[in-house]
Design a protein around this ligand. Structure first.
Ligand SMILES: [Fe+2]
Ligand SMILES: [Fe+2]
Length: 255
């Protein structure tokens, strides 16, 4: 089987390019299942009902999250209602929503886990202990983890920690695609960061003049997406669904 994993979708610019091209992408790569990181898909960042519904309508099977998951006021209700919308699993107990979804593609099951790193981000629960519990609960060898983290060291560490235990560990959050794809231990597809969907000439999708002003003066600015042409950053993971074993990972950059 093949899974398409799409990097952080930045605002409507990111949703628009995905909407226009995902059908072609899925057909070309014979995709069975699609995971999309949606933590930046709302027009003022975070995720809201409108952006979540657009992602589902264009063909996402599961939408994963990150440090911006709860940025939109009132979004807790969305997390409670939509089981295919995930927020990082290592939020403390009591936070709305869930960090794991198990898709039943009879007879195959695919578990998708959203997990967040803690180096340079919110001090959530330790992701290493959290993932141990979730792997036990998954009930399928087909496990795909979105590890939303800042530090390459933490991502590499998690990749090695999960070698042979999950089908794929794909990094998100930095919005910059790395070129270190690998099949770890002949089992686990790994990529430090899959990148983003949104304006290519920008600072992580944001208008570069505004981003530079913020970095230069440290005074408040209103971020808006760059109006430059967008690109799609994704990865295609081919795996043996009986063993939960990945045998190929291919990076995708579509302009
Ligand atoms: Fe992001
Ligand atoms: Fe993020």
């Amino acid at each position: 089987m093949k899974v398409l994993f799409v990097g952080d979708v930045v605002r409507s610019a990111g949703i628009d390019i995905l909407e226009k091209n995902i059908y072609k992408l899925k057909r070309e790569h014979e995709i069975d299942f699609t995971i999309v990181n949606g933590e930046n898909s709302a027009e003022t960042n975070g995720i809201d009902r409108r952006s979540y519904e657009r992602l589902i309508q264009l063909g996402a099977d599961v939408v994963t999250g990150g440090n911006h998951s709860f940025q939109q006021r009132g979004c807790e209700e969305l997390y409670e209602r939509e089981e295919t919308l995930l927020r990082p699993a290592n939020y403390p107990e009591g936070v709305a929503g869930s960090g794991m979804y198990i898709a039943d593609l009879f007879p195959v099951k695919i578990a998708v886990i959203s997990l967040m790193g803690t180096v340079g981000l919110e001090p959530l629960d330790n992701p290493f202990f959290c993932i141990d519990k979730l792997i036990e609960q998954a009930g399928t060898p087909n496990i795909f983890v979105d590890f939303h983290a800042e530090a390459t060291s933490e991502k590499k560490g998690m990749g090695h920690y999960l070698t042979g235990r999950v089908t794929a560990l794909i990094g998100t959050h930095t919005h910059v695609q790395t070129a270190d794809e690998a099949i770890l231990g002949g089992h686990t597809a790994y990529l430090t960061d899959v990148g983003m969907c949104g304006p290519e000439l920008s600072v992580l999708g944001i208008d570069s003049d505004i981003a530079v002003e913020k970095m230069k003066y440290h005074t408040p600015v209103t971020f808006k997406a760059s109006s430059n042409p967008s690109f799609i950053n994704a990865a295609v993971i081919s795996f043996d669904e009986k063993l939960g074993k990945a045998y190929k990972i291919e990076r995708v950059i579509m302009r």
